[in-house]
Design a protein around this ligand. Structure first.
Ligand code: NAG
Ligand code: NAG
Ligand code: NAG
Ligand code: NAG
Ligand code: NAG
Ligand code: NAG
Length: 603
């Protein structure tokens, strides 16, 4: 094969590209080139060259409308900026095609490009530093050709004395674009603060920090970044009392928190605090940082003593927190020593968590006594909208405590309530669902999934979604054919509110389809139905198709996986074609025929 000879413009661009990659200084006259040629150059530059082009661009060529200069007319300048902006987007897409959809527009693609680039470099450097044979300095780790080929260009990669080989070059040059960073323990070393000196970090995620040595270096970085830091997250870490104290102490200067710290999260870690001697720096952090709105300690070995200490500190300081996540710990008893009469009874005590919207207590071994105490504590959270109690054995007595809370507080703000797998029985749940109809503001979302409720709850459930709940999750509650039969019978008025329903794993057989084909035309706002794993036989599908044809609804998704309702592959594709919502198939069908279903399980 013969190669077509390169055009003059191409050669010209190649030469400029090389110069831009190699020179620290502006290239004389480059910016005086005719606009079309210049735009052509810009469109062909690798990232480092584009960066150099842009950073040497004379001020008068920028699209600065106020400056009243004479470089180019306004329209031109706007066009130049658009060309640059979209070139960064093109480079981003080329390098991380799978991420482009996750970026919110309008975005500063140049900033995102270098931020993600530095994350890639950091991840790669961590891998190198983890090798047992590694003994050098982090700064001098070589960035791989795999990365460099996007930054420079293919020929440049083999260049031995290229400045951009070293990690330190990248952090020094592109550091100012870095706002968010994840760091592995091996990178929490003395050099790190130096590497990140030009960065204005806002979000920092630390992983596998387990020694005080790492914490010591981390603290230097925190001190350096505290003016800009708003979010700090620890995952897979082991934090001693000393470590937590040092971390919190790094966030303020002489008692003044310069940071606008908003999120503090510890996940899947272990925290070792002595609740009787909690480090003053930690307590002061909780009490004084008024900007803090998310505090998460998930799956971090919290016991009731620490949790009580944290909770009462927040309460005493009337914290401005909006989300508190204590899920997957073991905190049963955390509220038992509060004297509720004195805290709740007298408004003069003034203690409350007025701004708290979201409380996640999932999987905490909470029992009926905890639920009773919680029902008192809820009065101190008048703005609470979402409560997650799933995976706690609170039983019927527990749900009765919630009932009594609701009865005393009919204008509660609570909108999302998750009572999945709480060892509830039909008695408790029926009472509870009946109470819901008394509320002034109905619930938006309720889950009582994975409780052995049986078919008796059917009537109460129908009432709930007819009058008060928009989305209901009754997956795995043991409805069976009898339960679905009863649901169908009670379904007379229809439901103007219902948006989504999860009836999966209820072994309802054909009755599931009967119920659904009655529900669909009666629920005009229904968007999503999960009817998976219900032992539905083949004739179910015909029934549902009929009902979909007659209904004038808005159904987007009807999940039928795990049912044996399909006979032939041909039937399968007909269905997908006939029933669509905005070009997407409505049915999610059993997997034996679903290999070519364009459905993404992870929206
Ligand atoms: C980095 O690359 C240079 C030249 O390509 C080489 O001399 C040096 O040994 C490398 N450094 C490391 C730590 O691998
Ligand atoms: C309290 O939190 C809200 C939102 O979470 C925020 O808008 C407000 O500024 C915070 N108050 C203070 C004093 O920081
Ligand atoms: C939870 O903590 C209690 C003590 O507070 C302890 O008795 C119980 O064994 C713990 N449960 C689990 C599953 O660790
Ligand atoms: C409760 O927590 C679980 C697990 O974290 C989550 O899947 C569920 O959506 C939460 N429920 C609510 C109402 O936020
Ligand atoms: C409904 O409950 C099931 C079973 O516990 C759970 O896996 C699922 O995430 C829940 N769905 C929603 C939307 O809460
Ligand atoms: C319904 O619940 C099942 C678990 O029983 C869960 O796997 C599924 O994701 C839920 N469906 C929706 C739409 O949340």
């Amino acid at each position: 094969m013969t190669k077509a000879s390169p055009s003059l413009a191409f050669l010209c661009i190649q030469s400029l590209k090389l110069q831009l990659l190699q020179s620290e200084d502006p290239i004389p006259d480059l910016y005086e080139l005719p606009s079309e040629l210049l735009d052509g150059v810009v469109a062909h530059l690798p990232a480092l060259a584009l960066q150099n082009f842009q950073s040497h661009m004379p001020f008068h060529c920028w699209g600065d409308y106020e400056s009243g200069d004479d470089c180019l007319i306004n329209g031109r300048k706007r066009a130049r900026n658009d060309v640059l902006g979209s070139s960064w987007k093109v480079l981003f897409k080329l390098r991380w095609p799978e991420f482009i959809d996750h970026v919110e527009s309008p975005a500063d693609w140049q900033q995102l490009y270098w931020e993600k680039h530095l994350q890639n470099c950091a991840d790669e450097a961590a891998e190198v530093a983890l090798r047992p044979t590694f003994s050098g300095r982090i700064c001098s780790i070589n960035v791989s050709d795999n990365i460099l080929r996007f930054i420079c260009h293919e020929e440049h990669v083999s260049c031995q004395k290229c400045v951009c080989k070293k990690l330190s070059f990248h952090f020094k040059t592109f550091g100012p674009y870095l706002r968010c960073l994840r760091l592995l323990n091996v990178l929490c070393v003395a050099e790190t603060s130096e590497l990140l000196r030009t960065s204005k970090l806002q979000h920092l995620v630390l992983r596998w920090i387990r020694s005080e040595k790492h914490v010591e270096h981390l603290c230097k970085l925190l001190i350096q970044s505290r003016d800009t830091l708003t979010s700090l997250e620890f995952i897979h870490c082991k934090l001693s009392s000393n470590s937590i104290s040092a971390i919190c102490a790094s966030l303020h200067e002489n008692g003044i928190y310069t940071t606008g710290m908003q999120r503090f999260c510890i996940k899947t870690s272990s925290i070792e605090l002595d609740p009787l001697a909690a480090p003053p720096a930690f307590v002061s952090f909780l009490m004084s940082v008024r900007t803090l709105h998310s505090l998460h300690f998930c799956d971090s070995n919290l016991d009731r003593h620490i949790t009580r200490m944290v909770f009462s500190t927040l309460l005493d300081s009337s914290s401005n927190l909006s989300s508190l996540d204590l899920s997957e710990n073991n905190i049963s008893g955390w509220l038992s020593t509060f004297c509720w009469r004195s805290v709740v009874g007298s408004p003069s005590s003034g203690k409350s968590l007025r701004s708290l919207c979201k409380l996640n207590l999932r999987g905490n071994e909470l029992n009926k006594y905890d639920a009773e105490n919680l029902a008192h504590a809820l009065f101190l959270m008048p703005g609470l909208e979402s409560l997650n109690l799933s995976g706690n054995p609170i039983k019927d007595s527990g749900i009765r405590s919630l009932i009594s809370y609701f009865k005393k507080n009919l204008n509660s703000c609570l909108a999302d309530l998750d009572l999945e797998n709480c060892e509830l029985s039909s008695c408790g749940v029926i009472e509870f669902l009946d109470t819901l109809s008394m509320l002034e503001k109905p619930l938006k979302f309720l889950s009582v999934a994975d409780n052995a409720l049986g078919s008796e709850v059917a009537e109460a459930i129908v009432n709930a979604f007819t009058f008060s709940v928009e989305s209901i999750n009754i997956s795995g509650i043991g409805l069976g054919p009898l339960g679905f039969l009863a649901l169908g019978r009670k379904l007379e008025k229809g439901s103007k509110k219902l948006l989504s329903i999860n009836i999966s794993k209820n072994r309802g057989g054909l009755e599931t389809a009967r119920f659904l084909s009655k529900l669909i035309p009666l629920a005009p706002r229904l968007i999503s139905v999960d009817a998976s794993y219900n032992l539905m036989p083949p004739e179910s599908l015909l029934m549902l198709c009929d009902s979909l044809r007659t209904a004038k609804g808005d159904l987007k998704r009807l999940d039928m996986t795990g049912n044996s309702c399909i006979n032939q592959a041909a039937e399968h594709s007909t269905l997908l074609c006939e029933f669509q919502h905005n070009g997407e198939p409505i049915f999610v069908l059993p997997s034996s025929f679903a290999s070519h279903v364009p459905y993404d399980d992870d929206p």
